[in-house]
Unconditional design. Structure first.
Lengths: 388, 504
């Protein structure tokens, strides 16, 4: 089908065909129609004061002890704090194929591999800054490897100004018994397009606690593929959307239970205001011999405006019989009873609303292990609610 | 009690589970093999249809030729050769019977064997003259005689419609669609294709071009249909496709309950069944549509069986109207079926209750669509899928609320039960909320019969199969309760039979 379509100016600039709504996985996010102008890949040199201003705006500036700074898709060692990190400037190739990965490869992305072998001592922040310059496309390809028995805590932050397409691919590999707390905060520029794909590979007894908070960008599409390669592993993948105006977020997450005795938990809390549109496509695949799988998935949407929209496709694909799998999805506005309860006790309506919204997304933040990071997120959410 | 019936029945069943697999030896008249415009003309001519109907069919045929076969469903089957089928088959003796006495006794025998009463019985269920013994069937079970009007469809033609006169007294029109085209063309013309247009999808277009028979129901304003209506579809002739079309209109403030049943002989070759059902509910009207689908599912190796590609859609056109679908899917090699509701009227309501059981090599891809367009519309979906043997069972559904459908409300529950480690159960729901005032809830679970449940039952002396039947009957209870009384017990038995041999 895509071959038959004539390439748009944007597609010519990127050198690939973009996915469109006739493709099942992209039915709610028509990238071909949404990316309307040509974003040419180019290197931009940023002014030091721009970089410092953006760096300071990260809510984790205090909590993070080590920093890996990327400016416009290029590692900036001068602003980074790399002491105590095992870092190499190459990443393993990716065997998978999808439109985000295809574009990523075309953009000749730079990136690093962060390797963790001991116990987590440092909270590491990988921060990706995009400065205001010509409209352009950038690629990133990073890897986080946690060796057998090791543990790590990593934050990936995206901040920016101006108009750009950010395509970030992250490979997360957990060895036997490894433990990783990962947080992604996407607060890209209001006009930006954020595309990402996170590939998780979990070894035996590995523990993953992954949270994605999506606030920025006009258009976000985040893919995730999580594969269990060893038994008794556990993955918690959660997310929160705080979206307004005409923002659009689409999460497509696939959990592959390829081996028995693994547990997966997904929880997405999505807040949409104005004309924002949130989408959650979650798929849990249980292979034929993956008995004793325990998979639970939930997506909850809070629609604050008449014009906000939420679409969900929580999918289960199960080939093993001895499993416990389930999903739940809800969509609705603020509970009027709750609101009435609060206002009848003298709390002004606006304040009551923000309390309820904060409590709604707070459920996702509660999963963050580090207190400082959690507080920073709560503060960020409060700021978002009151910004209106 | 009913559980006990199931258990007893499961016990008595032999290897050959499909008891409706016999073939009636009756001389049939066929249309020439294959499909082209002349065949469409042939069918239309056979039915003595008006010119506009032929045009309508031909239009559908031309649309169909432009379309591609859908491949998105999770079903796999060899490509169907649409030129290798007979599109019309009718018993030769069927030229124009005027009353029951004129019908070929072989046909009557067939329906008697299937347990479908074509003679209008005067006895109400449970009411018997003093001293009269209750009637027993061959197996010694008591026959419940209730008053159900039946339209019996054999291959491409309707054999007989019972209780017509009594229904006519109430103003209800219940006849075959061919007859409706002759007697009430204005009604058919007004409503046919208004819910499922000719070019709606590949199989609906095929059906629109070649549909042969089916039922037509019109309930006038304010009338509560005095009895259950039902249609019984029987496929008999070899290499034929059955394409029936059902149209039910419930005018303002009326109520009708309709049930369809289907069976087919056991054959090595697969047969195609592509039906279209359209329901229209005006203001304050209610339609309850129940299906017990028991087409031949094919043998244990997946040879033969019916390909069941059905488009069913209800249109809650009026305010406060209600459409309720209840389906029990146990047969067919392949099921591709999504009974839907368009909730157009304010405060309209759609319901979908489904039990889909797959065993052997059956493939089921079924579910529903609830499209909320009217204010305060509400819907409820309860789907229970049971996969056993080497089958695949998929629930695929859509719940959407349009921007103007303020206060739309939906509750969805789809549960899957897996029996054995060779089968698959899948859930593919789509949820689209375009207004903040919509309240949507969806939950789904997949599990197997737990060891605890089995242990509990078996420690109390039930055999493994009895335990499974008991637990499964409990699993599907929510849906069973939605079926008309007469069919509940029958269905419970059917569930037991369908799962026979799936454990151990």
């Amino acid at each position: 089908m895509s071959q038959a379509l004539q390439r748009t100016a944007a597609e010519q600039a990127l050198g690939i065909s973009l996915p469109h709504r006739r493709m099942e996985d992209w039915r709610w996010t028509d990238l071909r129609a949404r990316i309307s102008k040509p974003y040419v890949p180019q290197n931009v040199v940023a002014a030091a004061q721009d970089v410092e201003r953006l760096l300071a705006s990260s809510p984790f500036a205090r909590a993070a002890r080590a920093r890996v700074v990327f400016v416009n898709g290029v590692l900036d060692e001068a602003h980074s704090k790399l002491t105590g990190l095992e870092i190499s400037k190459s990443c393993a190739a990716i065997a998978m194929q999808d439109p985000v990965l295809e574009m990523n490869a075309k953009l000749q992305p730079q990136g690093v591999t962060l390797k963790f072998v001991g116990q987590a001592e440092l909270l590491v922040e990988m921060i990706h800054i995009s400065t205001n310059a010509n409209a352009r496309a950038m690629g990133l390809h990073n890897a986080i490897e946690v060796a057998a028995g090791a543990s790590a805590s990593v934050i990936e932050t995206f901040l920016g100004e101006g108009d750009y397409v950010m395509n970030a691919v992250t490979q997360v590999t957990l060895g036997k018994g490894a433990h990783l707390d990962r947080l992604k905060l996407q607060n890209d520029a209001a006009a930006a397009t954020h595309l990402s794909h996170v590939i998780y590979d979990l070894g035996e007894n590995a523990r993953l606690n992954d949270i994605t908070v999506t606030i920025g960008a006009a258009l976000t599409r985040q893919n995730g593929t999580c594969t269990f390669n060893g038994e008794n592993a556990e993955a918690k993948i959660s997310g929160a959307y705080l979206q307004r105006n005409k923002q659009h977020v689409d999460t497509a997450l696939v959990i592959n239970h390829a081996v028995p005795h693994c547990t997966s938990r997904e929880m997405f809390k999505c807040v949409m205001d104005d004309h924002a549109r949130g989408i959650f496509q979650g798929k849990v695949v249980v292979a034929k011999h993956a008995q004793k799988t325990d998979g639970k998935q939930s997506s909850h949407a809070l629609l604050l405006s008449e014009n906000a929209e939420f679409d969900a496709k929580p999918e289960l694909e199960i080939f093993a019989d001895d499993v416990v799998c389930g999903h739940g999805a809800t969509a609705g506005d603020l509970n009027h009873d709750h609101l009435f309860y609060l206002t009848s006790r003298g709390i002004p309506e606006a304040e009551a609303k923000s309390l309820l919204i904060a409590a709604f997304v707070g459920e996702a933040f509660d999963l963050v292990a580090n207190d400082d990071v959690r507080d920073a997120l709560v503060e960020l959410a409060e700021k978002w609610v009151t910004a209106k | 009690m009913a559980d006990q019936d199931t258990i007893n029945l499961v016990k008595t069943i032999e290897v050959d589970k499909y008891k409706y697999g016999f073939e009636t030896d009756i001389e049939s008249e066929y249309a020439p093999k294959g499909l082209n415009e002349d065949i469409v003309r042939f069918i239309s001519n056979k039915k003595g249809e008006p010119a506009w109907m032929l045009e309508w069919r031909l239009e559908a045929y031309r649309v169909w030729q432009q379309m591609d076969e859908p491949t998105w469903a999770r079903v796999h089957y060899p490509k169907i050769d649409f030129q290798d089928l007979y599109y019309y088959a009718a018993p030769k003796s069927m030229s124009a019977p005027k009353s029951l006495d004129e019908i070929d006794p072989k046909l009557l025998e067939t329906y008697a064997k299937l347990g479908i009463p074509l003679k209008e019985q005067e006895i109400l269920a449970g009411v018997r003259k003093q001293g009269e013994k209750s009637k027993l069937d061959d197996e010694g079970n008591e026959i419940n005689e209730s008053r159900v009007a039946v339209d019996a469809v054999f291959d491409s033609v309707s054999v007989v419609t019972t209780f017509k006169d009594e229904l006519a007294k109430a103003g209800v029109i219940f006849c075959s669609i061919s007859e409706a085209l002759r007697e009430h063309p204005e009604l058919v013309r007004k409503y046919l294709g208004s819910v499922v247009p000719q070019g709606d999808n590949y199989y609906a277009a095929l059906n629109a071009a070649v549909f042969s028979d089916g039922s037509f129901v019109y309930v006038p304003p304010g009338v509560r249909c005095p009895m259950e209506l039902s249609t019984y579809f029987r496929m008999n002739a070899k290499n034929t496709g059955q394409f029936e079309r059902t149209l039910i209109i419930a005018d303002k403030g009326s109520y009708v309950s309709y049930l369809e049943g289907c069976t087919a002989p056991m054959r090595e070759q697969s047969q195609l069944h592509a039906a279209v059902v359209e329901l229209i509910a005006h203001d304050d009207a209610e339609i309850k549509y129940s299906t017990v689908q028991n087409w031949y599912p094919g043998d244990a190796e997946g040879k033969g069986g019916i390909y069941n590609f059905v488009t069913k859609r209800g249109d809650c056109r009026g305010d406060r109207s209600k459409i309720s679908w209840t389906q029990v899917e146990t047969g067919s090699a392949i099921t591709w079926k999504y009974p839907s509701c368009i909730l157009r009227g304010e405060s309209s309501r759609g319901e979908f209750y489904s039990i889909a059981i797959s065993n052997g090599r059956q493939q089921v891809d079924s579910g529903t669509k609830m499209i909320h367009l009217g204010k305060n519309s509400s819907s409820r979906i309860i789907a229970k899928g049971i996969a056993a043997g080497r089958s695949d069972n998929t629930y695929r559904g859509l719940v959407s609320a349009h921007r103007k459908a303020t206060n739309a409300r939906n509750f969805t529950q789809c549960d899957s039960l897996l029996i054995g480690d060779q089968c698959g159960a899948h859930t593919v729901p789509y949820i689209e909320a375009k207004t903040s005032t919509a309240q949507f809830e969806h939950e789904a679970t997949t599990s197997k019969i737990s060891d605890d449940q089995m242990f509990y039952c078996m420690s109390r002396g039930l055999s493994q199969e009895e335990s499974v039947a008991l637990i499964v009957n409990g699993f599907v209870r929510d849906v069973l309760q939605q079926l008309p009384m007469e069919f509940m017990a029958e269905t419970q038995k059917l569930i037991g039979i369908s799962l026979e041999g799936s454990v151990g």
